[in-house]
Design a protein around this ligand. Structure first.
Ligand code: NCD
Length: 317
């Protein structure tokens, strides 16, 4: 078991403003938890008797499965709520759903919601730990943590490394959390995509904004490709899928310009043949499935640090 001190806070809502030491501690604890997932009996008693609810008001495969499995591997009782099969479809509000969850006395609620700020609202009104599993276009902190752990595995210290985030950055909570976390760890972040998805205003986040992917492929240590968030696009933001793939998709020809050590990442779900070609997604530089495995370890680490017996939960930041 990792012996690091718990986080002295109740919730994890985002990576903006989270200090470097705290990020490094979460990543170190996550790296320690990986060995539990390699054992024959993949379970530790850390959260025995505690209740973790996953409340997903938006679809998910990886994030939800890995939060559930992480809680189970820590011996917590798990409940899962999904908007599409719940009374949300009968018009129940977020706060009324949360009051119902509260009546069951959970210790932690993992929230994904289409509205930016929804987890913050719950964290303010309820005593349980809230972990943001993606809120609208705002943040997806656990995804960025697992991304940073994967990068650190391959590149070591991220200080001075260049991470290129390519595609629909404007609507990506994954991009925002990575931008905040990576900058705290000293990395340089370059974003690239069409002007409608990568507007100049993104420079306010401290990133360099480019519009040609070829420029960034050559200098990047990491190329993170993003899915076009069609569900969040208010209006047509690209002319056609073919044109998007030709201008911004990562294929083998384009990747041939990258440095030998450059990693290819994607948070999933991938749209093969749009932002990433099948050969690149399944190719030797792709660490997409390592990202998924690291997601489990990061989520175990966070629940351990926020809920573990040694503290947390009582000293809300
Ligand atoms: C992302 C999300 O939901 O924000 N996926 C994930 O959590 N792995 C990215 C996406 O949906 O494109």
């Amino acid at each position: 078991m990792p012996s690091q001190r718990p986080l002295r806070q109740k919730d994890l809502l985002g990576l903006r403003g989270v200090p470097r030491e705290q990020l490094v501690r979460i990543l170190d604890v996550a790296a320690g938890f990986r060995q539990v997932n390699e054992r024959r009996i993949k379970k530790v008693p850390t959260l025995r008797g505690r209740t973790v609810v996953t409340a997903f008001f938006e679809n998910s495969t990886r994030t939800r499965l890995s939060f559930e499995l992480a809680a189970k591997r820590l011996s917590a009782d798990t409940l899962s709520f999904s908007a599409s099969t719940s009374s949300t479809t009968k018009g129940e509000t977020l706060l009324d759903t949360a009051r119902t969850l509260d009546a069951m006395r959970p210790d932690a609620v993992i929230v994904r919601h289409p509205a930016s700020g929804a987890p913050h609202l719950l964290a303010k009104h309820f005593p349980w730990t809230v972990i943001n599993a993606g809120d609208g276009i705002n943040e997806h902190p656990t995804q960025a943590l697992l991304d940073m752990l994967t990068m650190r595995d391959h590149l070591g210290d991220l200080q001075g490394r260049t991470v290129a985030i390519v595609g629909d950055v404007l609507h990506s909570r994954v991009a925002r959390s990575n931008i905040f976390g990576l900058q705290t760890l000293g990395a340089r972040v370059v974003v690239a995509g069409p002007g409608t998805m990568c507007p100049p205003a993104l420079a306010e986040l401290g990133v360099e904004v480019r519009h040609r992917i070829d420029e960034v492929v050559e200098e990047a240590d990491v190329i993170m490709m993003l899915r076009i968030q069609r569900e969040r696009l208010g209006r047509a933001m690209m002319s056609s899928t073919e044109e998007y793939a030709a201008l911004y998709g990562l294929d083998e020809r384009r990747l041939a310009r990258a440095q030998a050590h450059t990693l290819v990442m994607h948070p999933g779900p991938i749209n093969r043949g749009v932002e990433i070609s099948p050969e690149v997604a399944d190719g030797p530089r792709s660490v997409i499935l390592e990202q998924v495995s690291n997601g489990l370890a990061v989520r175990m680490a966070l629940m351990y640090l926020l809920l573990g017996d040694e503290g947390g939960g009582d000293a809300a930041a």
